[in-house]
Design a protein around this ligand. Structure first.
Ligand code: HEM
Length: 448
């Protein structure tokens, strides 16, 4: 069959194409592509072709079946390379595969089960500081907590003194990345405009923390955690990883390993405050499984099924990684359309997770939709908060375990009351952050 030449898509600016909408409202742009133009839509990004895919079969083709023909998307990733360097998230090919194999054992099911105690004890300690009636930015609290946890369990590091440095640097870098998305042209990093300078300062602050962690780790040879394994690894010629590569891997794990989980939990707390009956159902489950005095543990997870369903449903509506980007290496076809080498591919869990073909009443928060084997009945790429194929999130089990344990700890002890619904807004950059945090009043439950 001859290839179809170009899928339908939204009209764009004569020069910039759809780049302005990509920068100003990326979620609505992707959603409108699916709504108005179908499962394969075409965008022009200042002359560069891009496809937006929203059919699970086409997504599977890109992420799994033909994954060798699609690399991580340069438009997305060139903006964050200054932070992540050539770490697991951004590297490609044989180099990526080797690094992934080195890191994989730290994410083995048995290994992560051992992290559960730290997750719970750090959370219980954080909750001990919450007073009845306090008003908190729950997102800020969760970012702090998940950062402390990932640093402890994977690097055996205590970053309590550096939480604000990391958080501030990440905020500054994220704001700059957001403005880069909005810019129709690229300003090289070397040009000293305020945004570039701010970005560089942010990266320097993150570097400082990561180098401190690496140096301290070197002083205690032989630790069996992820950083220790990366340090002990040798290539075919017997050489260890360079300090720069260690820095890239460590910063990737530190940032990817806390921000997304904190975001998943922040939106979960937000949804629970709007659906207090669901929060009460979690509490009932917790009381049945844990009684009234005990904090949760990894062994309880199989019985915390409703709590898990709540996390899954929150990540359906607010997937922390709201879009995945790829770029075609060679010419190929998707859904009969010709895809030229260099074409960008956008895949948005935000859009697919709200598709009425797979989810009844898709805009509603209904954790019970995940009961039984509902997930298995869906096409593989109708629900994919952790991506899929060889580049699937290495921390997916870690993240689910952490999210369920932390949520259980919180709901066991507190009710969360949203302070100002109007203040809650989405800030989609690399992840789906809440724009201004999420301010909530915490109410201590009487029984705990
Ligand atoms: C709810 C929490 C999380 C979500 C929603 C999430 C989502 C994702 C997604 C969608 C990808 C694939 C990106 C792509 O294909 O372009 C990814 C990759 C990755 N994630 Fe996660 N993630 C989470 C938690 C974590 C945790 C806890 C860690 C580490 C401790 C982690 C480390 C990574 C790394 C290193 C990659 C790159 C993997 C590779 O390309 O080999 N993530 N994540």
């Amino acid at each position: 069959m001859p290839a179809l030449r170009r899928p339908p898509g939204p009209k764009g600016h004569f020069l910039l194409g759809n780049l302005p909408e990509l920068g100003s409202d990326i979620l609505e742009l992707f959603a409108s592509c699916a709504r108005e133009h179908g499962e394969v839509a075409f965008l022009s990004l200042a002359g560069w072709p891009a496809f937006v895919l929203s059919n699970p079969e086409h997504i599977e083709q890109v992420l799994v079946t033909d994954h060798k023909n699609f690399i991580k998307h340069t438009f997305f990733w060139r903006h964050v390379r200054g932070i992540f360097g050539n770490g697991l998230l951004t590297s490609e090919g044989d180099f990526w595969l080797r690094q992934r194999r080195l890191a994989q054992p730290s994410f083995h099911r048995d290994r992560i089960a051992a992290y559960g105690d730290v997750m719970v004890s750090y959370t219980e300690h954080a909750l001990d500081q919450w007073r009845d009636g306090d008003t908190l930015d729950v997102h800020h609290e969760l970012m702090r907590l998940t950062l402390l946890i990932v640093a402890k369990v994977l690097f055996d590091a205590d970053v309590a003194q550096e939480v604000e440095t990391i958080g501030g640097a990440l905020d500054d870098a994220t704001k700059e990345i957001a403005s880069r998305f909005r810019r129709p042209f690229r300003i090289p990093d070397a040009i000293p405009i305020p945004g570039n300078l701010r970005y560089k300062r942010a990266v320097r602050r993150l570097d400082g923390v990561v180098h401190r962690i690496i140096d301290q780790h070197r002083d205690h040879d032989g630790r069996g955690d992820l950083l220790g394994m990366l340090m002990q690894a040798r290539d075919d010629e017997g050489r260890p990883m360079t300090t720069e590569q260690l820095r890239d891997e460590a910063i990737t794990i530190l940032l990817a390993g806390h921000e997304t989980t904190a975001i998943a939990l922040s939106w979960t707390c937000y949804l629970l405050s709007k659906h207090p009956a669901v929060a009460e159902n979690i509490h009932t489950e917790l009381t049945e499984v844990l009684g009234s005095t005990r904090a949760p543990a990894v062994a309880d997870l199989p019985r915390l099924r409703f709590t898990e369903m709540v996390v899954m449903e929150a990540m359906r509506l607010y997937p922390p990684a709201y879009a995945l980007g790829r770029e075609a290496v060679n010419d190929c076809r998707i859904a009969g359309y010709e895809v030229a080498a260099g074409t960008s591919i956008f895949i948005s869990p935000w859009v697919v997770h709200r598709d009425a073909r797979w989810f009844d009443r898709p805009e509603e928060f209904l954790p019970e939709r995940w009961a039984g084997n509902a997930a298995q009945r869906l096409p593989r790429f109708a629900y994919f908060p952790f991506g899929g194929g060889p580049r699937i999130c290495i921390g997916n089990r870690f993240a689910m375990m952490e999210a369920v344990l932390l949520l259980a700890c919180i709901v066991r002890r507190f009710r969360l009351v949203l302070d100002d619904e109007k203040g809650v807004a989405l800030f989609p950059t690399i992840t789906l952050r809440p724009a201004n945090g999420i301010r909530m009043t915490v109410r201590r439950r009487r029984s705990v």
